[in-house]
Design a protein around this ligand. Structure first.
Ligand code: 5RP
Length: 236
């Protein structure tokens, strides 16, 4: 039986709090976007009230507003050379820590922050853990004038692109771009798909994370499962 919404929230919160416990004094931390990341932001704010000192880079305007409202000092991405840790949610993650992100539309900034961080922790409730990626679409942030062009390229790669709708016209990213949600079905080679999507002119960023995630905290019915990224196999 699928978990009820309040049980899912408890699992997200448990995973987020476990990840926030890894933050050390003086760290620069990347703050993800979404409901699970929001629990991490609240947990960090609580730790700061107990004396922890951190500064943070936000992956979206929503996250920036939440962090500031809770007293977490923010720094611009441009003003940091690197981050110690990034904590963020996922939409799907597989056993090799390949993930789909971006249901919240923040995947471009999320990938920049994750790539700049020495370490990235994914946080999720256990329903996000899948054998194979692809039940959910891969979002792509697209320069508005390239929307039809990118959609055609996605079709050539075997996907179907849908323009994400907002409340009044197409949804816009924090950067003012549009988002194509691209359904590929089961993804047999996430790394190859990520390379192909990155190569499309006008596609500014996509939600396939192949190499960024180092550790995973999964909240399930019995508590939090912590996993480290499995070592690469001989064939990569
Ligand atoms: C936003 C994201 C989110 O981290 C992802 O969609 C998970 O969201 P939630 O924690 O609300 O399930 O990638 O761009």
């Amino acid at each position: 039986m699928a978990a009820q919404p309040d049980a899912i929230d408890r699992r997200k919160r448990a995973a987020a709090e476990a990840a926030a416990a890894e933050i050390g004094d003086g760290m620069t931390v990347g703050l993800g976007t979404g409901s699970t990341a929001a629990f991490a932001i609240a947990a960090i704010a609580r730790r700061m009230r107990d004396g922890l000192s951190v500064r943070a880079v936000a992956t979206s305007e929503r996250t920036a507003a939440a962090a500031l409202s809770m007293g977490i000092p923010l720094v611009a991405m441009d003003d940091v050379d690197s981050l110690d840790l990034a904590i963020d949610g996922v939409d799907e993650i597989d056993p090799l820590f390949r993930a789909i992100k971006g249901a919240g539309g923040a995947m471009l900034r999320e990938k920049i922050v994750a790539s700049a961080a020495s370490r990235m922790i994914a946080i999720a409730d256990a329903s996000k853990f899948v054998d194979r990626l692809g039940a959910r679409p891969v979002p792509i942030e697209v320069l508005p004038l390239a929307r039809a062009f990118v959609a055609r390229r996605v079709t050539l790669l075997g996907g179907t692109a849908h323009l994400r709708a907002g409340t009044d016209g197409p949804a816009r990213s924090d950067q003012g771009n549009v988002i194509l949600d691209c359904a590929f079905g089961p993804v047999s080679d996430p790394a190859a798909l990520a390379v192909a999507l990155s190569a499309i002119p006008g596609a500014l960023g996509h939600g396939l994370f192949v190499e960024e995630i180092d550790a995973l905290y999964l909240g399930d019915g019995d508590g939090v499962i912590r996993r480290d990224r499995p070592p690469p196999t001989a064939d990569g």
